[in-house]
Design a protein around this ligand. Structure first.
Ligand SMILES: [Zn+2]
Length: 198
């Protein structure tokens, strides 16, 4: 994550704002960006403005509990989304199943080739991420979900199943608003653009 150049918003908020005003979210007023890298960050844009909350720092969408008493998270709580869908979490899960160190490229290539273990690892990852996204959709009712960070390079493989999950599981399902989901476009320049728009 590129640090927010002006340090008045958290880095993920800054990048999300950049995406919202100039990138994949530019035609939407309500956008939530999931930044999937070493951790799980996020930025929430509501009515075209960064949601900061009562204390500076915005939403911590990676630290919603997705499994009660689950894996220990970096924040000290158990079962947070971050403990399941950060890049290190995915690499660790794949490594345990494969019995050797795996890279993201290896994981997704093997899954694509039909490897049963890696298909299962990717499916489990997608399930956790999808449920985390649905939770956030139910809370903020955004028009658009953006996937950014390191995982955005692989997000084309995740988006279709997550779309289905959103149709199935978002409150009201297809009779209500099911947001679009897209890959963030601006990469490392998102934070700069976001800062310029704060
Ligand atoms: Zn946590």
């Amino acid at each position: 994550m590129i640090p927010c150049p002006v340090r008045v918003a958290n880095d993920a908020d800054c990048a999300a704002l950049g995406e919202a005003v100039a990138g994949a979210g530019k035609n939407y007023s309500d956008v939530v960006m999931f930044t999937l890298g070493n951790g799980v960050g996020g930025g929430v844009i509501l009515n075209g403005e960064v949601f900061e909350g009562g204390v500076m720092g915005g939403a911590e969408i990676g630290h919603q509990v997705i499994r009660v008493n689950g894996r220990l998270c970096t924040c000290g709580r158990k079962g947070c989304l971050e403990a399941y869908v950060s890049v290190p979490a995915l690499i660790r899960a794949a490594g345990q199943v494969a019995g050797k160190e795996m890279t993201l490229d290896n994981i997704f290539r093997k899954a694509e080739q039909g490897d049963i273990d890696m298909t299962e690892v990717v499916e489990q990852y997608t399930l956790m991420l999808g449920q985390g996204i649905v939770n956030i959709v139910n809370m903020f009712r955004p028009q658009l979900i953006l996937i950014g960070g390191t995982m955005s390079a692989y997000a084309d493989k995740l988006i279709e199943p997550i779309k289905e999950m959103m149709k199935e599981d978002c409150f009201g399902g297809v009779t209500s608003l099911v947001p679009e989901i897209a890959i963030a476009e601006l990469g490392s320049s998102a934070g700069m653009i976001g800062a310029a728009n704060l």
